[in-house]
Design a protein around this ligand. Sequence first.
Ligand SMILES: Cc1cc2nc3c(=O)[nH]c(=O)nc-3n(C[C@H](O)[C@H](O)[C@H](O)COP(=O)(O)OP(=O)(O)OC[C@H]3O[C@@H](n4cnc5c(N)ncnc54)[C@H](O)[C@@H]3O)c2cc1C
Length: 584
Amino acid sequence: MYEITTDVLIVGSGPAGSACAALLSTYGVKNLLVNQYRWLANTPRAHITNLRTMEVLRDLGQQVEQEAYLHATNEDLMGGTVFCESLTGEEIGRVPSWGLHPLSRAERQLSSPAKMNDLPQTFMEPLLFKTACARGTEARMSTEYLSHTQTDDGVVTLCRDKLSGEEFTVKSKYLVGADGGNSKVAKDAGLPFEGQMGVRGSMNIWFRADLSEFVAHRPAVLYPIMQPGAEVGGIGMGLIRMVRPWNEWLIVWGYDINEPTPVVDHERATTIARQLVGKPDLEIELLGTSTWTVNNMYATRMQNGKVFCMGDAAHRHPPSGGLGSNTSIQDAFNLSWKLAAVINGQAGEALLDTYTVERAPIAKQIVTRANQSIAEFAPLYSALGIDESNDGAVMQANMHARSQSTEAAEKQRMEIRDALAFKRYELDAHGVEMNQRYRSSAAVTDGEAEPEFKRDRELFYQSTTWPGARLPHAWVFDSRGRQHSTLDLAGHGRFALFTGLGGEAWVDAAAKVGEEFGLKIDVHVVGPRQPHADYTGDWSRVREVSDSGCVLVRPDHHVAWRSVKLSDNPQAELRRVLQHVLSK
Ligand SMILES: Cc1cc2nc3c(=O)[nH]c(=O)nc-3n(C[C@H](O)[C@H](O)[C@H](O)COP(=O)(O)OP(=O)(O)OC[C@H]3O[C@@H](n4cnc5c(N)ncnc54)[C@H](O)[C@@H]3O)c2cc1C
């Protein structure tokens, strides 16, 4: 048996593993990625790509971000979620989603330099994987993780080359389990989980058919189909999802988890497609079918010693709200810079403990949110009269009753409107996507209490430089008047410090303290005749410190610390803060 040595071994090349590999390679950390299959995602599962994820791709480089947009369906075509009886049948209502509503679009534009888009997993994975390999990742496909053992100085992992059947070991400083919802790494590491797997049954039917005539005039990614039977299992509704406009689709249809798993052959797939599209003679080119279960489970600890889990390995939930791949990539953004800092000797190993402290609450939050989104279909079914009988004809009659000119029908219409509006928590939850605030030793308090959310924290993003929160986005301008997001001036694997006129002493302090820690801290003095100016005043309005104060930002864009004004001894202050943040 032979042995390979690397710094970080990553198991899994899904969105989590490929993002982690791309980030580590960008930061110059040696890593090896293994995947049990010969290639990447073979079905377009995840697709809604939110602003925070695009900020990670943007951090990987303009080329990576631009390639994502090149392959994605853009935000204008995404968001008019159409609830209907079938694509040819009556429309019940629309929910402006993913920033389509002008107010939501404005809030999103104000919050981020990035754009929402729909990028199927079959495009996202190759992009991240290619970036990783081009920058230094060694990738071995058809290679299966078997087991691991932790030693004093690292992890020894047993793998099998599936082509030759030969087993070999990988000796690494750290092991990352990004091996999906059935994670063996998480199991072997003994991570504690809460919740339940397999709460509802679901099937995917992936097909090609030109449906332009039914949809091109009302563009959306999601067409929820409200028919009798749609409430059984699955994600709380029947769904036709656009994969490519308007000729590639994925149907999600539920089954009763207490019944045997259905066989979805060509005939059954065609029958369901015809029923949901509402075209009895529809011909489809079937690309694939699969069955899967809705899960409701999250790890309460995402690491054990030198082993870390991320993505679905740590949080398992339905696709509602499109949070899976997004959260997986964001897990990677949180852990990768910490691994790099520890491996490069800039941080103590205790920094790695902040991974669980910061990300486990988010795992719980998104698993809960996604499952709640399924439950929140109940008022809509109730208003439509779908849940009151097992008799299809009765349900159909209840649904049609809304078109009468009676008081009861008016009440029904109001209930339907309210129930649809409530789906915003699933379809346009800007706050769920962006409001992550970390509380750990890697974010040092400035003594101020955490700002309270002034509006619904799930629906609305609220910017703050409170330590632990994501750095607010504002455009600042270089000497030629070109705009740069504050997020672009931060990140890229480095700490950044923002100050203004009167805060020049931070520049010198950051250089000296950075040198002590072996770090380069990017310092930005923002003000008139400085490398960046705040012509619109937007940065001054969101930074919550004075010109002479500073905001210190971690490589993952989260605020490490801030000072409202210049302190008496900036060098000592920065040293104290970095010692804390980096567990040095
Ligand atoms: C229908 C559907 C729609 C979805 N829509 C969205 C959406 O719009 N937005 C969103 O964010 N999410 C969505 N998701 C969820 C998303 O697909 C997952 O959350 C995401 O794929 C998780 O990424 P991951 O990298 O953690 O795991 P995975 O993508 O599952 O990748 C796991 C990797 O580990 C490898 N692996 C597993 N075991 C081993 C082993 N023993 N040895 C070696 N390799 C191994 C696999 O080969 C694979 O490469 C959707 C899911 C479904 C089913």
